[in-house]
Design a binder for this molecule. Structure first.
Ligand code: CTP
Length: 218
């Protein structure tokens, strides 16, 4: 099967030396990419800035901003080599500075207001704009009401699976080597997976996604 995986944070420029970003390390997305290659699949990874090594056999597209991630994913989905499975593990910025200053902002005032505008939703555009018909999986990073928010995202973004994690806890989720997630399916059932290393969790998620995708796509 052909996988498309997004990973890492995005960076939204404020001026030439500053940006808005988040705590995503990219570890979960990279572990998924490595696990999919290990299982014999083809993987294109679209990644924001991370300090991780690219897993062998993965085709990497590096991006910085949400807009760049949106455009690269769009062109991959609209190519003749469109993926069968798309997993969105990236922590894409939801807002970016409305205009990035062309020169470094000097500290002239006691306070400074940044005006932000919405970025485009990469996962949300998969079905509606990019015409993706394969198996679609997203992540839901939540600090409260994990299940309810995950189910809402699943429906809103027309996913086949949402992998929910509670990023408010400091022992799993962002920047950790371990993760504890709950799989949420469109028909309603949910399945918690025990806390484990992102490597073993990634293998388990890939195994399940491939089985579900084979059913959906045959
Ligand atoms: N996502 C995306 N593009 C965005 C924002 C999110 O592709 N601009 C994807 C993420 O990769 C993830 C899923 O959408 O798979 C959910 O991301 P999350 O940050 O949990 O939710 P949001 O849709 O941003 O909603 P909210 O911030 O209101 O929780």
């Amino acid at each position: 099967m052909k996988f498309l995986i997004t990973a890492g944070p995005t960076r939204e420029p404020i001026d030439p030396v500053r940006f808005l970003s988040n705590r995503s390390s990219g570890k979960m997305g990279y572990a998924l990419a490595a696990a999919a290659v290990e299982a014999g699949h083809t993987v294109v990874l679209v990644s924001g800035p991370v300090v991780l090594e690219t897993p062998p056999g993965v085709k990497l597209h590096r991006v910085e901003t949400a807009q760049q991630m949106f455009e690269v994913v769009k062109s991959i989905c609209e190519s003749t080599d469109a993926p069968d499975i798309s997993i969105h593990a990236a922590a894409v910025a939801d807002y970016r500075p409305k205009s990035a200053a062309s020169q470094k902002i000097k500290k002239l005032e006691d306070s400074l207001e940044l005006e932000l505008e919405r970025t485009q939703d990469v996962l949300g555009a998969m079905r509606t704009e990019f015409g993706f018909r394969g198996f679609l999986a997203g992540f839901a990073a939540e600090t409260e009401n994990v299940m309810a928010n995950a189910q809402e995202k699943l429906r809103r973004k027309d996913c086949d699976l949402v992998i929910a994690n509670d990023v408010g806890r400091n022992d799993s989720g962002f920047d950790s080597d371990e993760n504890e997630v709950i799989l949420c399916f469109p028909s309603g059932p949910v399945e918690p997976l025990p806390k484990q290393s992102k490597r073993t969790l990634a293998r388990e998620i890939i195994r399940r996604i491939v089985a579900l995708a084979e059913k959906k796509l045959r």
